[in-house]
Design a protein. Structure first.
Length: 456
């Protein structure tokens, strides 16, 4: 007999496991299964931990009847919290970043949540960051409780209690490997801990992205701010270390490029008929990169975190994909510029340095623009046109720190991006593009002059 749920919250969990066929055919001999978390009411695995965090807060008295739930979210956790808030009678105020898709923000508003969009390319400690704004609201709003998905261990506990046991049961205990994108770390750490308790030989593969700190920290124990720079991939990677990331549970981190993640996200829909989100694309791309680690006797479970509908304006939009240089196109690429020596390796200056130091650097190297960093993290840019205008307004500005007149950071593209696409991205307002070569771990700057030299 079909169970009737008293509320939508009773429908959370028990999501299906589906065999992956075409993408892994002739590439991976192991059995590959996808845990389709889009079947949760909010279309993501975040429903599990959102409800767990709320109920634990209710039991502890941290969240009282009629209170307000505050959280910094990329969208999916907010959705889970918002759904639970509707049923339980709470108000929701969420902060998110301007990197997130419009669909995610609109979905949160559909459930009555208030959403504040904050800048992406600032440190977590910056008062403008979505972490800091949510923390401020927690203290300013009467009766507010911040879920704090990154450090609230109810997050990983939810996956220990639910996701891990479901995977174990669905595979009849045959699972050998868990592949999962790591953002807050709750799924990988919680489900991974449960599975390892059942079988210590199970391997947990964490999927990371370039621009995130997880992989290097796992391998060296060093938190390296040089690893941090803007990236497009949503839902995984971080520029700090959440308490829910258990590095003892996660055996290995595999980095996946924005481009490979985006292309794989589309492949999952077109080849497997599964409409999954960007983190699923990252996880599957990471799985293929790790293909030599698996044998025909292995049973690999990949977590598909959320639904493709939240990325219709991005990964599933051809125009957006072309604008980012992700769609295949014949002809010369950024790699051609780098190989020919026409583009130079990135040179930058700290945001706290005086403007006259930036002027000297640009003069010494004959640069028309440079990147600006804060603690070695790319946060902005400076070009000669903008600098000239600032000097005309006030010659004494040269004594001020660079960050006072800097402009937004130059966009990042993969080294495989077509030159035609690069040309459209370089505009008067955006005079340069940063090219990342992930194999050599180097970043190059390409300007309009570089492209002209190549084409002429």
């Amino acid at each position: 007999m079909t169970k009737i749920c008293d509320t939508i919250l009773d429908a959370i969990g028990h999501t299906p496991m589906v065999r992956i066929n075409r993408i892994t055919k002739d590439v991976i001999t192991a059995t590959v299964l996808a845990k389709i978390e889009t079947f949760n009411p909010g279309n993501s695995n975040k429903d599990r931990m959102a409800l767990k965090m709320i109920e634990d807060a209710e039991r502890s008295g941290a969240l009282k009847p009629g209170g307000t739930i505050v959280e910094g979210t990329s969208g999916n956790t907010g959705m889970g919290l918002a759904i639970a808030a509707v049923i339980k009678g709470y108000r929701c105020i969420f902060t998110t970043t301007d990197k997130q898709s419009k669909e995610k923000v609109d979905a949160l508003k559909a459930f009555g949540a208030e959403v504040i969009v904050c800048p992406t390319n600032v440190d977590p400690e910056d008062p403008r960051s979505y972490y800091s704004v949510s923390s401020r609201l927690e203290h300013e709003v009467p009766g507010a409780w911040k879920a704090n998905q990154y450090d609230n261990l109810s997050n990983s506990a939810a996956h220990y209690e639910q996701t891990g046991p479901e995977i174990w049961e669905q595979t009849d205990g045959r699972i050998t490997d868990l592949v999962v994108g790591v953002g807050t770390g709750g799924t990988a750490s919680g489900a991974g801990r449960f599975l390892k308790e059942k079988n210590p030989g199970i391997r947990v593969w964490g999927i990371d992205t370039y621009g995130s700190v997880f992989k290097k920290y796992k391998e060296t124990g060093i938190f390296d701010k040089n690893e941090i720079y803007p990236y497009i991939t949503e839902g995984i990677g971080e520029d700090f270390l959440p308490k829910n990331v258990d590095f003892d549970v996660i055996d290995h981190f595999e980095k996946v490029t924005d481009r490979d993640a985006a292309i794989m996200t589309r492949r999952i829909a077109r080849e497997e008929g599964i409409f999954a989100g960007n983190s699923a694309g990252s996880a599957m791309a990471g799985l293929l990169q790790l293909r030599d680690r698996f044998s025909e006797n292995d049973v690999v479970v990949v977590i598909f975190h959320d639904h493709g509908s939240r990325y219709l304006g991005k990964m599933f939009n051809d125009e957006w994909m072309r604008a980012k240089g992700f769609l295949e196109k014949a002809g010369m690429t950024a790699a051609t510029l780098v190989a020919s020596g026409l583009s130079g390796e990135l040179c930058s200056i700290e945001a706290t340095e005086p403007i006259d130091a930036a002027v000297r650097l640009m003069r010494e190297h004959d640069f028309s623009q440079i990147s600006i960093t804060h603690d070695r993290r790319l946060v902005g840019s400076l070009n000669e046109t903008h600098l000239y205008e600032a000097l005309l307004r006030d010659p004494e500005v040269v004594k001020r720190p660079v960050h006072e007149i800097m402009q937004p950071a130059f966009p990042f593209v993969d080294i495989s991006t077509n030159v035609d696409q690069l040309a459209t991205m370089i505009t008067p307002a955006n005079p340069a593009v940063l090219v990342r070569d992930f194999k050599t771990d180097k970043t190059f700057i390409i300007t309009r002059t570089d492209v002209i030299r190549l084409l002429c």
